[in-house]
Write a new protein. Structure first.
Length: 482
């Protein structure tokens, strides 16, 4: 009998010990749970929607500039911002932030982030890196090829040239007097020179001829030391020629992917190839306000902010909202080397088509093109296009910074070779313009960005035959019928 009771007392003792231990754990939880619930009811945010670098700056005692993304109906709960932009269903508010304001704003914001400097993704930075030797060897190969490879490599269509399609190029301006570009340029917009608080605009045929624009612009430069629209940097002219170059100066030898498109060119970048986040937001806001006025369909953004992105930064969010309004937006993936999480903003946006680079002379992916995934795990880039020594237009009215920096890449008075995902992006834009014209001819409507993405994937060379990957994306796109 005694032997049968002893195990029972042991089990009871163990059970009591477990109960006591559980109470020890539960009592503190029960004490702190109601305050937590009351705090959540009062809307005190956890700051999980805040850029960690912003928190670090505030902890260090700084009062940094920050951008909050909110729904318009939450504005009534917040103080007036330094500046505000509205894109679709999102408001972007600029504040000088301290901890008290951060706590208040974070209750209502989707995300709060620090400003990021945006730079043109140019080949000069590449030439200063370890990839210089690789690129210079490829330049010799490009010169041996002599003629323009981009159209044959991507099987650009001879029938569909982007007729009736308007492309907006946000860049360093354009040499609108270049023989290959003057017929394509319709609107020039300056975010470097303002008139009465508004971007300075020249509409061909409304304000005068392009020659009149140059006379007017020289007067501005003589007074203020800055060109309103002319491309002193050299990047925007090259990008625009890849899309829309007519080949006049080369008798058709160097031709854009979609030579029949109309160009609206926004000069957002200075002569040093940089722009602030405010300037990029102003450029996108201008596009939003005037997309219907000028029938803008596609936007080319051969620039980026060199920070890992989850697509929640203000520029990415603005681009996503513009895509929902009907625009098709493309951005350079970046020249950040093939390391994970190097996709730049706004290529990291959910609804922006990100373009990486491939070498058209070898069909190999260069070591410097950025790759995904994005910080939140999405597969980018979306496509890869020719990005190694692409032949296109250079400024002829002024001598550009890029031409002075790498004279060995100049072919003649009208053209030069450049490398980077900056060059790959407008190739994808030109192919998209061909597909948009084709789609409108067949279905009598302009495709959405989702449909445009689908059209680009309908005729493609897949480097990965099984699925989209974070280096080559969907693959190398071709034109309709190519």
């Amino acid at each position: 009998m005694y032997g049968s009771r002893k195990p029972i007392r042991i089990r009871q003792s163990v059970q009591a010990s477990k109960t006591i231990a559980l109470l020890v754990l539960l009592i503190p939880l029960l004490l702190i749970l109601p305050p937590i619930l009351r705090t959540q009811e009062r809307g005190v945010a956890s700051l999980a929607n805040t850029d960690p670098s912003l928190l670090d700056a505030i902890i260090r005692g700084e009062k940094p500039v920050a951008y909050a993304i909110i729904s318009p109906d939450r504005m009534q709960y917040l103080p007036p911002p330094l500046k505000a932009w509205r894109f679709g269903d999102k408001l972007i508010l600029k504040y000088r932030m301290d901890i008290a304001l951060l706590r208040r704003v974070s209750k209502h914001a989707y995300y709060i982030s620090m400003p990021r400097p945006f730079t043109i993704i140019d080949p000069i930075g590449l030439l200063r890196r370890a990839t210089a030797e690789e690129l210079m060897n490829d330049l010799e190969r490009a010169k041996e090829y002599h003629t323009d490879i981009k159209r044959s490599f991507h099987r650009a269509s001879d029938r569909w040239g982007g007729k009736g399609v308007t492309v907006c190029v946000i860049d360093s301006g354009i040499d609108y007097l270049h023989p290959d570009l003057r017929d394509s340029v319709r609107v020039l917009v300056s975010l470097r020179v303002y008139g009465n608080g508004h971007p300075l605009i020249w509409i061909k045929g409304v304000n005068g001829t392009l020659e009149d624009a140059w006379v007017y612009e020289q007067g501005i430069n003589n007074t203020y030391g800055v060109f309103a629209w002319m491309d002193k940097f050299g990047h925007g002219t090259h990008v625009s020629g890849i899309i829309a170059g007519s080949g006049v100066a080369s008798r058709g030898e160097v031709l854009g992917i979609a030579p029949n498109v109309i160009l609206v060119v926004i000069k957002a970048f200075g002569d040093n190839g940089t722009a602030s986040m405010d300037t990029i937001l102003e450029a996108l806001d201008w596009v939003q306000r005037h997309m219907a006025d000028f029938n803008i369909t596609i936007v080319n953004m051969s620039f980026g902010a060199y920070v890992p992105s989850n697509g929640k930064d203000p520029v990415s969010v603005a681009c996503d909202e513009l895509a929902e309004l009907g625009l098709i937006l493309f951005a350079s993936a970046g020249n950040n080397y093939i390391f994970p999480f190097t996709i730049s903003s706004p290529a990291s946006a959910h609804k922006v088509i990100a373009v990486g680079a491939v070498n058209p002379y070898t069909c190999k992916i260069p070591s410097w093109t950025a790759c995904g995934p994005t910080n939140d795990g999405r597969m980018k880039p979306d496509f890869i296009c020719a990005g190694v020594w692409v032949l296109s237009t250079k400024p002829v009215t002024v001598k550009s910074y890029i031409e002075e920096a790498i004279p060995e890449a100049v072919r003649d008075n009208y053209y030069m070779w450049l490398s980077g995902t900056s060059m790959a992006c407008p190739i994808a834009v030109g192919l998209c313009a061909e597909w948009v014209e084709y789609y409108y001819y067949v279905y009598h409507e302009v495709p959405s960005w989702r449909k445009a993405y689908s059209l680009l994937t309908s005729n493609i060379k897949r480097l990965n035959p099984f699925f989209k990957d974070f280096i080559s994306g969907e693959g190398i796109p071709y034109g309709p019928g190519g």
